[in-house]
Design a protein around this ligand. Sequence first.
Ligand code: C5P
Length: 205
Amino acid sequence: MIIAVDGPAASGKGTIARALAQHYGLPHLDTGLLYRAVAANVARLELDGAIEADAVAACDFDEALLDDPILRSDAIGSLASVVSAHPLVRAALFHRQKRFAYQPGGAVLDGRDIGTVIAPDADAKLFIRATPNIRAKRRHAELRAHGSTISLDKVLADIRARDLRDSTRSNAPLVPANDAALLDTSFLSIEASVQRAIAIVEARL
Ligand code: C5P
């Protein structure tokens, strides 16, 4: 069973994907981390993420980087959205995600293009949404809890910029797959969101 969970930043897709993986006993891949690792490598190597050749050179990152807390920062999230717009960066990360999705027994993946590009024939596809203001508040609280002093206005501006970049790029833009179930978590608790997500998956099996 392959479950695809897509949606914008701080929509709740990561939390929902992890809960679904646990519920169904499936391995989970947060594909955003791969793009974040490329972004962190661009920064480490002092390259320019807006230049495709630079971003491609950063795709060969050390696996240990995936566990580095630096990947969670807002700056790396924004740079990830810049490097992920390059077709050659997406191509470099494509097979790894595809292999993970189609491993024996199935998997849960979350990202932006899982239901449209990585696993178009997934058994269940969810597209998670929430208003930009609510997503900014969630991300702000999370960043503050990790010691950041970033303002709510800055987080909201970053989220809007990232939404725009992710949904207007020509290659694998952030759009719901035609057959994805939409789940708006704006006014739902985490528990309620997870219950709805499980109900959606159950209805598709
Ligand atoms: O989900 P997360 O916020 O960690 O993703 C960081 C960035 O990586 C996104 O803003 C998006 O540009 C990119 N991304 C992507 N495709 C994915 C996952 C993430 O383009 N499947």
